[in-house]
Design a protein around this ligand. Structure first.
Ligand code: NI
Length: 176
């Protein structure tokens, strides 16, 4: 059941937590299980297809992906301490981020990846090696960047990034 108290505030560009390198999770605690559940709810409510722990102010190596929406699994997947072990090809795709609402840009990334990760399943961590391509690979890479303090705009040429950020800042200040 989704309740308002389970929706976490999302940190916005400018918040220093988004620039920290998140730490690995050593022990699975009830608190982390609850956090993951709340992140799933927050992601869905915000219409995102991924959400990383630093975006809700927790600097730990965990993110959720709406693999239910992507029709990859029946439930969203919770990634813990993920590592990309293989990257193949290149593709360009328009990205956005819940932490930079309203800013979109084409980003070039590897097209296929292999990721080694723990997945949170029924309150247990299971080890998996997943192959991903298309939007799934895109989201994993975007979310994993968040764990290293990297945002999608960092992949853009400096002049394009500066222009988009100028426009974004102006827009945010003109609202209200
Ligand atoms: Ni993001």
């Amino acid at each position: 059941m989704r309740e308002k108290k389970d929706v976490l505030p999302i940190r916005i560009l400018g918040d220093s937590v988004l620039r920290e390198k998140a730490v690995p999770i050593e022990d699975l605690t009830d608190e982390i299980i609850k956090l993951a559940r709340k992140m799933e709810i927050t992601m869905k409510m915000a219409n995102g297809i991924g959400l990383a722990a630093p975006q809700v102010g927790r600097s730990m190596r965990l993110f959720v992906v709406d693999t239910e929406y992507l029709e990859i699994s029946k439930r969203p997947m919770v990634f813990v301490n993920p590592v990309i072990v293989e990257r193949v090809g290149e593709s360009e795709f328009e990205e956005g981020c819940l932490s930079i609402p309203g800013l979109y840009a084409n980003v070039i990334r590897p097209e296929k990846i292999v990721v080694r990760t723990l997945l949170l399943r029924r309150k247990k961590l299971v080890e998996r090696e997943l192959e991903a391509d298309g939007l799934f690979a895109r989201v994993i890479q975007h979310e994993l960047d968040h764990l290293d303090g990297v945002l999608f705009i960092d992949h853009l040429p400096a002049d394009e990034r500066a222009r988009l950020l100028r426009e974004w800042t102006l827009q945010r200040h003109s609202v209200g």
